[in-house]
Write a protein that binds this ligand. Structure first.
Ligand code: PHE
Length: 352
């Protein structure tokens, strides 16, 4: 019996001293000191002893119990202290260390381009305006010399709004091009006009060079004696300012219902250096060395009439370009898919 008691003492104190954490310590406490634990069993065993043996054994058992309880409370204190120590280390602060800089954003590439475009034209006396993202059929097409059911409308791959028709202005659409702003501007009734309308436009399209929502900038100049040379001069000036003196633009004869004569304007592609080839394969953005940026021309007399401007007295030019494409052709930008701009992928956006 005596050996058994001594053995329990050695075993219990060693186990308690080696407990790793509070949970293990608690389990050991239950094992040795619990109601059904080993100490309790020992005390019960005492009942079977003779009265001559009992006092000495009782004393010994008591000593063991005190020793085990002490071992328990000592280890408990140690574990507490270890925990506090860990917190103190992890929360240690060096007050002299320099602060962490919060990440700083920048305006989106397109916003940046819109500001640059606005600025270049404002120096030529063009005033920035914006027209709505939803438009009436009349402003988008009819006033621009495209009567109802005219096949030329197909080019604009229009989204129609699920809204009641206006008896005079027709269906409601998502603005398919900024040209609808031409007649809106004329209707203000103030001449001469030098406007630059930069707004969102929508078409049913999505590929390397198209997104369903994009921006256009539309220039309109109406004055007395405005000619194609003025148009060419303004566009060349813009190209030099925006793209630098190295790049080339070209006017290609084209057809729009709302300008006569009409042109498309191309710029030599920055991705392939105007060669149409990158490392022997076709440039995926321009395919031929030139990228179309938009259209232009002399405002058609019917459009002037729709805006209440007398074509016998006044003439004007207009141009409409895509902001995203223009920006992509900026030197060194090298974006090979227009859709990247609106994927909101930080890895892409933070490169600029
Ligand atoms: N609105 C035409 C387009 O979206 C571009 C254009 C504008 C053409 C002004 C001529 C004059 O394609």
């Amino acid at each position: 019996m005596k050996e058994k008691v001594e053995q329990l003492k050695t075993e219990a104190t060693a186990a308690l001293a080696a407990a790793k954490d509070a949970a293990e310590l608690e389990a050991l406490e239950i094992k040795y000191l619990g109601r059904k634990g080993e100490m309790a069993a020992l005390m019960q065993g005492m009942a079977g002893l003779s009265s001559s043996e009992r006092p000495a054994m009782g004393k010994l058992a008591n000593e063991v119990k005190v020793a085990v309880e002490r071992a328990l409370s000592e280890r408990k204190k140690e574990i507490e202290a270890e925990k506090l120590g860990a917190i103190a280390t992890s929360e240690w602060i060096d007050l002299t260390a320099p602060g962490a800089r919060p990440p700083k954003g920048h305006v989106h590439l397109v916003t940046d381009a819109v500001s640059a475009i606005t600025e270049i034209f404002s120096r030529l006396g063009f005033t920035r305006v914006r027209y709505p993202e939803v438009e009436w059929d009349w402003y988008a097409f009819e006033a621009l010399n495209m009567p109802k059911d005219h096949p030329a409308r197909d080019e604009w791959e229009t989204f129609f709004m699920d809204a009641p028709e206006d008896p005079k202005l027709g269906k409601m659409v998502l603005t398919p091009h900024t040209s609808s702003g031409q007649v809106r501007e004329m209707k203000k009734g103030k001449l001469p006009i030098r406007m630059i309308n930069i707004s969102k436009t929508y078409r049913r399209q999505s590929d390397v060079t198209h997104v369903p929502m994009f921006h256009q900038f539309e220039g309109l100049m109406i004055d007395k004696g405005v000619a194609v040379t003025h148009l060419k001069g303004v566009l060349d000036h813009f190209a030099r300012e925006f793209f630098g003196p190295e790049r080339k633009t070209r006017l290609r004869p084209f057809h729009f219902r709302f300008t006569e004569p009409s042109f498309e304007i191309d710029i030599s592609c920055d991705l392939c250096g105007g060669t149409g080839l990158i490392g022997g394969t076709k440039c995926r953005v321009c395919k031929e060395g030139w990228l179309e940026l938009g259209g232009a021309g002399m405002v058609h007399p019917n459009v002037l009439k729709a805006g209440g401007v007398d074509p016998e007295k006044w003439s004007g030019f207009a141009f409409g370009w895509g902001v995203e494409r223009t920006m992509m052709m900026r030197e060194g930008v090298k974006i090979d898919d227009i859709r990247h701009l609106y994927r909101n992928d930080f890895r892409f956006l933070s490169q600029f």
